[in-house]
Design a binder for this molecule. Structure first.
Ligand SMILES: [Zn+2]
Ligand SMILES: [Zn+2]
Ligand SMILES: [Zn+2]
Length: 102
């Protein structure tokens, strides 16, 4: 019987850098479709920060917001890449890989 012990030394794990191939496969980054979370507006709710989907441009609210519409869009439509559209911020994020790109 095979042992299930796939033990890896902690030191090897610590050096593992998260990787994401979604950015490589993305041909064109979609521009943000707006400057508000339409789903929150429709519900009469507010948000904290806005993210824009790099695949289709849908604008949704961040994980600090009550409704987390950017993440909901990823879970519903499978679009993992977003960018921050907050003034002065230019980072991008992959929900699938928990990968932050600057
Ligand atoms: Zn990814
Ligand atoms: Zn929202
Ligand atoms: Zn999208």
């Amino acid at each position: 019987m095979m042992s299930e012990d796939n033990h890896v030394e902690p030191s090897e794990h610590a050096l593992t850098i998260p990787t994401c191939h979604h950015f490589d496969q993305l041909e064109t980054e979609a521009a943000p479709l707006g400057s508000a979370c339409e789903r929150c507006l429709a519900m009469g709710d507010t948000w904290v920060h806005l993210r824009s989907c790099l695949y289709c441009g849908l604008v949704g609210c961040c994980d600090d917001s009550k409704n987390k519409h950017a993440r909901a869009h990823f879970e519903a439509d499978g679009h993992p890449l977003v960018q921050s559209i907050e003034p002065g911020e230019s980072w991008k994020y992959c929900f699938a890989d928990h990968f932050l790109a600057r």
